[in-house]
Design a protein around this ligand. Structure first.
Ligand code: PLP
Length: 413
C-alpha cells in the first residue's frame, strides 16, 4: 500500500500532530513519575487543581448531582435545553446586567458548542473569523473544521491597552472582503493572557462596530466569550460591560457564550448555552430556530443532569449562596497564585502580557517551542503558543508560581 494512501475525504485531511497541550501534559506526568510531584511544575492544565495536583470540585455541585433522581440523570433533555435551565443560564450569565432587547437561549455542550454554532450559522463557507492575535487555539480548530479561517488583529497597543486601532483596521479589511463578520472576543480574564477590556475599551469596540453597521449590507456578529467571567472579580462589577449589548442596530447581533466548565467546575459534563441579544424579535427568533436545528443536526441534545444542577442553584437562594462561597475560595486561591507569579515576575524583570485575572498568565517570547523544550529539562512544563508561553496559574501551587518566573527568564536568555 502507498504510504500516502488515504480514505479520508479531501476536506477532512489535516496535518497529523498531537495536541500541544495534551502532549506537554503527558510529558509532565512522565516527569512526575520519574522525579516526584514536588520536583515538577506542571502548568499545562487549564483547570483549577489543588496544591497536590488534584482537580478542585465545588462540593455543593456534586451534592446536588448525587441527589438527583435517576431519571433526571439518565433521560434526554429537550433539544433546545430544559426551559428552566435556559432561564437559569440567562440569570447566571447576566446577573444584574441583563441587556435590553430580545434575548433567546439554546443549550450547548459548553462554550465550545456555542462557538461552533456561531461560526457555522453566522459566517459563510471560506469566510475569515476575526479574533485577537493571542487567542485560545480551538477557535482556529473549530473555524477550520467548518471550512473557515481565522484572521487576527493585535490585541495590545504599545501601552498594553486594548488595540482599538488594529481592531478597526482589521475589521474594516474583513468587511471589504466579505459581507458578514463574526468577531470572537474573550473577556474578562482572557485565555491565554488574563486580559480584561475596561469599560471604556468596550465602549470603543461597540462604537466601532456601530460605525461599520451603518452600511446595512454588512452583518456583524459579536461573540462574547465569558468562559472565565466567574473568576474575574466581583460578580456584578465584572458584568457591567453587558449593558452595551442592548439597543444595537438590527444588523449587529450579540451572542454571549455561557459555560458551566470553570464557574461550576463541571468541565467534563459539557454544559453551556448560547444567548443572543438583539433589538429585533425576528432576528432573536431566527437565532433560536437555527441553533436548535444545529443542536439536532450535530449532537442532538445536551447533558440533562448538568442542566438540572444549574436550575436548582438558581431556584434556591441557599444553594446559590453555598456555591458562591465555595467559588470565592477557589477565586482567592487563584488570586494568591497569580499574585505570587506577578510579584516575582516584576522582581526579576520578566515581561508578561497585561494580566488582570483568570486561569493563565502569558509570557511573550521569540522562540516559544525552543524555550519550552529547555524548560522541560528543568522539569517545568507549560504550553508554547505562537508568540509566547502560557503558564497556567490555575493548576500550580503558590510556591511553584513564585519559583517559575526566574526560571522562565533564565530559559529565555
Ligand atoms: C477562551 C475559552 N473559551 C471557551 C472555552 C470553552 O470551554 P467549554 O467548552 O468547556 O465550555 C474555553 C475552555 O477552555 C476557553 O478557554
Amino acid at each position: 500500500m502507498y504510504q500516502d494512501f488515504s480514505m479520508v475525504a479531501p476536506h477532512s485531511k489535516r496535518p497529523v500532530s498531537e495536541d500541544k497541550i495534551f502532549a506537554a501534559s503527558r510529558q509532565a506526568g512522565e516527569a512526575v513519575t520519574k522525579y516526584g510531584f514536588e520536583n515538577v511544575i506542571n502548568s499545562t492544565v487549564g483547570a483549577l487543581l489543588d496544591d497536590n495536583g488534584d482537580l478542585l470540585v465545588m462540593p455543593t455541585i456534586i451534592e446536588i448531582l448525587k441527589n438527583l433522581p435517576p431519571a433526571e440523570i439518565a433521560a434526554y433533555a429537550p433539544i433546545a435545553g430544559l426551559p428552566e435551565y435556559l432561564e437559569a443560564a440567562k440569570t447566571a450569565a447576566f446577573r444584574d446586567h441583563r441587556p435590553l432587547g430580545y434575548i433567546e437561549a439554546i443549550a450547548t455542550p459548553g462554550g465550545s458548542g456555542a462557538i461552533r454554532h456561531t461560526i457555522w450559522n453566522y459566517s459563510e463557507m471560506g469566510d475569515s473569523i476575526l479574533t485577537s492575535d493571542w487567542y485560545w487555539g480551538p477557535y482556529k480548530t473549530i473555524a477550520e473544521e467548518h471550512g473557515r479561517k481565522i484572521s487576527t488583529y493585535n490585541f495590545f497597543d504599545e501601552d498594553n491597552n486594548f488595540n482599538i486601532k488594529s481592531f478597526k483596521e482589521n475589521l474594516s479589511r474583513l468587511l471589504e472582503a466579505q459581507d458578514r463578520a463574526v468577531i470572537l472576543l474573550n473577556s474578562p480574564a482572557h485565555n491565554p493572557t488574563g486580559f480584561t477590556l475596561a469599560l471604556s475599551e468596550w465602549e470603543k469596540v461597540i462604537s466601532t462596530i456601530k460605525e461599520f453597521a451603518k452600511n446595512k449590507n454588512k452583518k456583524i456578529i459579536l461573540f462574547s466569550d465569558i468562559a472565565y467571567i466567574d473568576f474575574a472579580g466581583e460578580t456584578n462589577e465584572s458584568r457591567k460591560f453587558m449593558k452595551f449589548f442592548g439597543g444595537l442596530p438590527e444588523n449587529i447581533l450579540v451572542i454571549v457564550a455561557f459555560s458551566m466548565s470553570k464557574g461550576y467546575t463541571l468541565y467534563g459534563m459539557r454544559s453551556g448555552a448560547m444567548m443572543c441579544v438583539s433589538s429585533s424579535k425576528t432576528v432573536a427568533e431566527e437565532f433560536k430556530n437555527v441553533c436548535q436545528f444545529s443542536n439536532r443536526g450535530v449532537w442532538s441534545n445536551g447533558t440533562r443532569s448538568a442542566m438540572k444542577i444549574l436550575s436548582e442553584i438558581f431556584n434556591n437562594e441557599d444553594l446559590l449562596n453555598r456555591v458562591e462561597s465555595e467559588r470565592q475560595e477557589l477565586k482567592d486561591l487563584l488570586d494568591r497564585r497569580a499574585k505570587a507569579f506577578l510579584e516575582e515576575a516584576n522582581k526579576v524583570g520578566l515581561e508578561i502580557c497585561p494580566y488582570k485575572s483568570g486561569f493563565f498568565i502569558t509570557v511573550p517570547c521569540d522562540n516559544p517551542v525552543k524555550v519550552s523544550e529547555k524548560l522541560k529539562k528543568e522539569n517545568i512544563f507549560l504550553v508554547p503558543l505562537q508568540k509566547g508561553l502560557r503558564f497556567a496559574v490555575c493548576s500550580v501551587s503558590e510556591e511553584k508560581c513564585r519559583k517559575a518566573p526566574a526560571k522562565l527568564l533564565e530559559a529565555m536568555k
